[in-house]
Design a protein around this ligand. Structure first.
Ligand SMILES: [Zn+2]
Length: 210
């Protein structure tokens, strides 16, 4: 996921600057369905005085992600107080819900960002939590009714990306055949051996690979 950095000014009321070691990711919906309330709209809002002391790390919409606060600093998004673990150990990801945007695509983009952050900070899937986890607030309100499906979608996307990464190492001419083997879990890892790939392609052409 391509992320644009557009940080809240150092010293602003909503950039507290406490050092943070990220061990959780907190998922939110913006709660703003107005047209234009996309990532760009929220980037403008969070840098204005209208935001007060409220802040979060990333806004994601159907075409981009914008980062407002560095991931090694805390933000005030979880509502669990100055020393709350939500506010002090979790990266806040706001998923936009502007009515002129594509909600499914915004969620798909958020999932890609979440996977990137999990990798970068070695955060387990069990530590990807809804805002509700910290305070009981009904957020992310659009996703809570299907939270388990959202988590399952993260796992599915991780598998897709992992497969694509492994296949990228395989020569074009063998990729289709090797993909079948990986999908059927016949082999775990393409060996990189050209003879192996040639044999696989021949077997596949003979119809011997399902
Ligand atoms: Zn929230």
């Amino acid at each position: 996921m391509n992320v644009i950095q557009d940080f809240v000014q150092v010293g602003a009321a909503n950039r507290p600057g406490y050092p943070m070691t990220s061990t959780f990711i907190t998922v939110h919906n913006t709660g703003n369905s107005s047209k234009g309330a996309d990532a760009t709209g929220h980037a403008a809002y969070i840098k204005s005085t209208y935001a007060g002391t409220t802040s979060w790390h990333f806004s994601v919409d159907d075409h981009q992600a914008i980062q407002h606060i560095p991931t090694n600093e805390n933000a005030w998004h979880a509502g669990d107080g100055t020393n709350g673990p939500g506010n002090r150990t979790s990266i806040g990801v706001e998923i936009c819900e502007n009515s002129d945007g594509n909600q499914a695509q915004a969620e798909a983009n958020a999932i890609d960002l979440i996977i990137d952050l999990m990798k970068q900070f070695n955060i387990p899937l069990a530590n990807v939590v809804p805002h509700k986890h910290w305070t009981g607030k009904e957020c992310p309100h659009l996703i809570l009714p299907r939270w388990d499906a959202f988590i399952a979608a993260i796992t599915k996307r991780q598998q897709e990306r992992d497969l694509a990464e492994r296949l990228a190492k395989v020569p074009d001419w063998a990729r289709g055949s090797v993909k079948k083997l990986l999908l059927n879990s016949v082999v775990d890892e393409p060996s990189g051996d050209l003879t192996f790939y040639r044999v696989i392609v021949v077997l596949d052409r003979l119809g011997l690979i399902a």
